[in-house]
Design a protein. Structure first.
Length: 190
């Protein structure tokens, strides 16, 4: 342990060794050189901060200092992360098109997973789930009409064609970031 000295500390802090300036003579090649300022590797960025930016918990990142308000960050890391507009479009389109091939399963899963992250996906997902439930009722009705072969087959084909056409129309509207309501829809989920 070192004992404290009785010498007063200058106002600028402890004395630093003098660094040679640009016009100072350089020592001969191969002689020992003093380490550069900031340690043997120069001034290093803080741990975990790429490209020399300030890291978390250091002055300048999310904190202004004592008594000053902290600016709002776009995402705090808690709760569901908001979606980008491109992601919203993609999931809304998949909710509509997935229903045409796998009935209400795909739009139901998309709606349940993303309804809290995006109002746009919530609206399109609910609409797609309700439409697929309506189509499921149509499929059941056409299966019940199978004893009347011709009418049952036509009804089943008509429900399937409506499913494909309206799902494509809804996905086109969703790709333009606009809301869509199917013309024939029993709104089970509101």
């Amino acid at each position: 342990m070192s004992e404290p000295s009785d010498r007063p500390v200058p106002p600028g802090g402890p004395e630093q060794p003098a660094q040679p300036g640009p016009g100072a003579p350089q020592p001969p090649y191969g002689s020992p050189q003093p380490p550069p300022a900031g340690g043997p590797y120069g001034q290093q960025p803080p741990y975990g901060s790429p490209y020399g930016q300030q890291g978390y918990g250091q002055q300048g990142y999310g904190q202004q200092g004592y008594g000053q308000p902290t600016p709002q960050q776009p995402y705090s890391g808690y709760g569901p992360r908001p979606m980008t507009q491109g992601d919203e479009k993609t999931w809304a389109i998949l909710a509509h098109l997935g229903g045409a091939f796998l009935s209400f399963l795909v739009p139901l899963v998309i709606w349940l997973v993303f309804r809290e992250r995006s109002r746009f996906v919530d609206q399109h997902g609910k609409e797609a789930v309700n439409f697929q439930i309506t189509l499921a009722i149509g499929y059941v009705a056409s299966v019940l009409l199978i004893p009347l072969f011709f009418i049952g087959a036509l009804t089943f084909a008509g429900v399937w064609v409506c499913s494909v056409i309206f799902s494509i129309l809804a996905s086109v509207v969703a790709s333009r970031s606009e809301p869509y309501r199917y013309p024939v829809n029993i709104r089970v989920i509101r």
